[in-house]
Design a protein around this ligand. Sequence first.
Ligand SMILES: Nc1ncnc2c1ncn2[C@@H]1O[C@H](COP(=O)(O)OP(=O)(O)OP(=O)(O)O)[C@@H](O)[C@H]1O
Length: 275
Amino acid sequence: MTDVLAHEPLDGDQAAAPLLEIAHATVARGATHILKDASLTIEHGRHTVILGRNGSGKSTLVKLILHQIHPLHGARVQLFGRDRWDVFELRKQLGFVSPALQADFAGEEPLEVMDAVVSSFFASRGVWRRETVTEEMRALSLEALARVEADHLIGRSMAGLSTGEARRVLIARALVHRPRALLLDEPCAGLDPAARRRFLDGLRPLARDGVTLILVTHHVEEILPEMERVVMMQDGRLARDGSKAELLTDAALSDLFGLPIRVSERGGWFGAEVG
Ligand SMILES: Nc1ncnc2c1ncn2[C@@H]1O[C@H](COP(=O)(O)OP(=O)(O)OP(=O)(O)O)[C@@H](O)[C@H]1O
């Protein structure tokens, strides 16, 4: 029996460590510091949104978390208690979905939905002839697709899917490794309001069933009711860190986005209106 939410085991020390621990990380590009002395710890199960306006440093933080870029000397960036990761091994613990990844999967070479998901086991885009897809891999892929209500898309080409459909398939691709956490970078970019809500509603059971979600966005409308913690980025700094009650306020959001914002809340979802 497969279960996409039964996580890959971690060594004892790693299991006891926080999911993410960043201490005093500064990232430089030329003479400019684009991330400044960032410190952030995320415990397992603490769904967190990282909120900031364009250019505040969110993508830089995402790349740092994924070990794609490195901080200046003296910082610590640990995932699951380890500071060195092979990218393929890391993906088994921390799934990642972004609009750029989707563009890659929609790309020029046709790619069928099941192949897009099952090829995650080979860290490739699509299945090659020399690779052996086991029954378990297929079962996990099917279960992951069903989890995000995308199993009916099997047989379709990635390039022919709507943005919302393709994004759900990529979540399934991340889920086949039974990751402990998902890092979602602007996951709703390009979705209309209805598709956005459907997509976000599809994430809620994952959040409730033990996958820690880290959402990076500039839209308060995307914050799931299950998320309790808000981290605000401003000018390359992790400027504020607190609960939704503390930080999803007119004053805090107006300060973050640099213009008057009125916040509303309905059924656990937030909205923001300028003016
Ligand atoms: N390679 C680079 N060289 C120089 N400056 C860079 C580089 N990468 C990022 N920056 C700068 O660092 C700052 C933060 O960029 P980053 O892409 O992390 O912001 P962001 O919050 O993700 O923005 P957006 O929401 O628009 O994607 C920006 O001012 C950007 O111009």
